[in-house]
Each structure stands twice: as C-alpha cells, then as structure tokens.
Ligand binder design. Sequence first.
Ligand SMILES: [Zn+2]
Ligand SMILES: [Zn+2]
Length: 350
Amino acid sequence: LSDTAFLAEATSCRKCGTGLGPQALFCPACGGLVHSDRLQELAAEAEAAEARGDISAALNAWSDARGLLPEGTRQREVIAARKDALSRRLMDQTEQPAAKPEEKGSAGKKAGIGAAILAFLAKFWGVLLTVLGKAKFLLFGLSKLSTMASMLVYAAYAWRVFGWGVGLGWVVCLYIHEMGHVWELRKFGIKAGAPVFIPGFGALVLLKEHPANPKVDARIGLAGPLWGLGASVAAVLVYLATHAEVWLAIGSIAAVINLFNLIPVWQLDGGRGFNALNKQQRWIALGFLVLFFFATHQTTLVLVMLGAGYRVFAHAPEEGDWRTLGLYLFLALVFAMMSPGGVAGAASIR
Ligand SMILES: [Zn+2]
Ligand SMILES: [Zn+2]
C-alpha cells in the first residue's frame, strides 16, 4: 500500500492543469508524465545504489520507477533492459565461487573438500543470520490481511484432513516455502503480491511483473522448494530428537507437497525452473528423474517425469543454466526420499 499511497495526491497535471484520474500515469491532454519528479528521484536512487554496489536496491528502485510509467513506453523497455543486466550481475556476484585454488593429491583434495564444507556451512550460517536479522521480513506475509485470512481458512482445512498438529505444521511449512519466493522476488526487485493460501492446492505469490530473464525466473521458482526443504529437514530433525511421530508426518507431507510443486508445468515452481533449462539439460533432467523413480518408487515422481517429458519437446532457450539443473535434481531427489513411502517418510501416516 505504502508505495502507491502517494499516487492519490496528483489530481491535476502540473504542466497544463488538466484534471487527472486517481490512477493516471500520464496527462491525457499534454502527454506529460504525472510522476516525472518521483521518476527522476528513483532513477537517481537506482544509480546511487548501483554505484555503491547494492544491486538489489538498484533493482527495487527501477521496479518502483517502472510502476509509474505507462505501459508501452520506451522508458519501460529501457528499465527492463537495465534490470536484466543488473540481475545478471547480481547472480554473478552471489553465485561465482570467490577463488578456486587447484589442489594436488588426495590429501590436498580432502583439505579442499573440508574447506568447501566449511565454506558452505559459513554461507548457510550467514544466510540464517541475515534471515533472523530480518524477522520483520518473515512476518511480512502475516501482516497482510489477505495472507492471514487465507492462511486461517487453509489451517482449518489442513486440520480437518490431518488433525491439528500435522495440519498446523503443514501450514507453517507452506508459509516458509512462500517466503522463499518473496525473499528472492525482493532480491531481484520484482513486484509481487503477498502469499495467498488456496485449500486443496497450496499457496502462491502472484507476480506483478515478469522476471528479467529465464535464469531469474528459475531462481524465484526454486527458492520456494529450497526454503521448503529447510522446513522439512527441520521437522525431521525435531522428530529425531523427540521421537514424536507428528514431526515426521509434518516433514514428509511438506516434502510431498514440495515435490508436487516441482512438476515442470504451468506456473508451478518446477515450471519456472525448467524455463532456464535448454533442450539438452531437459533430457538430462528427465533421465535422472527416471532413475530417481526406480530408486525411490515415489509415485509423485511419475507426474514430475510426465511434465519433464512434455517440456523436452516444448520451446527451450539456447542458453541453459547448469546451476538450475543441479538444484532442481537435488531437490527432486531429496523430496522423493522424504515423501511418505520414501526412506524418511516410511513410518509416517498411511
Ligand atoms: Zn498536461
Ligand atoms: Zn512455490
């Protein structure tokens, strides 16, 4: 609400004085931009953020500016190109390993693996601290009436299906999954609504603008299952510590819902992930999914395989993304193993 509240203030064109509608972005009489001052401010903000290396802030400023420009204007195209370039820089910044010293011999290799594990834990810890430091962010969805209301309806539904313990855990896991999407959307400066829960389906965040490129689309899509994995693993760890079966049930139900979301079609998370895969990578994904199915006998994987089989023959970009392929397959395998009937889910419900 806060970012559009000031829109109501402009009631007449400052250039020619023509009366303006409440949502007007340009003057119907002289064609002048209603928010030209604010647009200049935002452009300056974006430049300053980029200059100090805060790519995410720059992306968000450009996103705000885009919202103040009428559709079909050249400025919008310029901003889209700018966001594409900035998004690629942000991905390079966060995903390129800083230094890769070449190791010789098995001792060196072992040290290298140890260092890699330490680096991974350090990174994980860093991310965890950042997330905890932004408790306000985690509560963001809860402060939205639409999220809160739909979540309560969903909780009532989940309660009826699985009882209150598992039902509540299920809703929390879904919420964490959605916040993974929201986190990444904010990082790449993409306008989106608050999460909405739909009983019988799950939850979703509606995007108000297209991601800058397929790689960004994939990052946003797979961020949900990645955070969802954190929630599932946390539930299983609590089970291992307490032996209370309700936690195992929560972990494995969350896993199967995440696996379902990896079906690579429509606007499902897996569909977004596949947008960044080229033909070759889609074939590789399909091959591994078949292997995973024979290894885990997880029936949800059949749907994932069918979706992947369809996407192998659908339109694919030339430029692929190996990181997305790796993450996608990792998530599919772990969720298949954790789902009911899988290794970790064996003792849970049904
Ligand atoms: Zn005017
Ligand atoms: Zn999702």
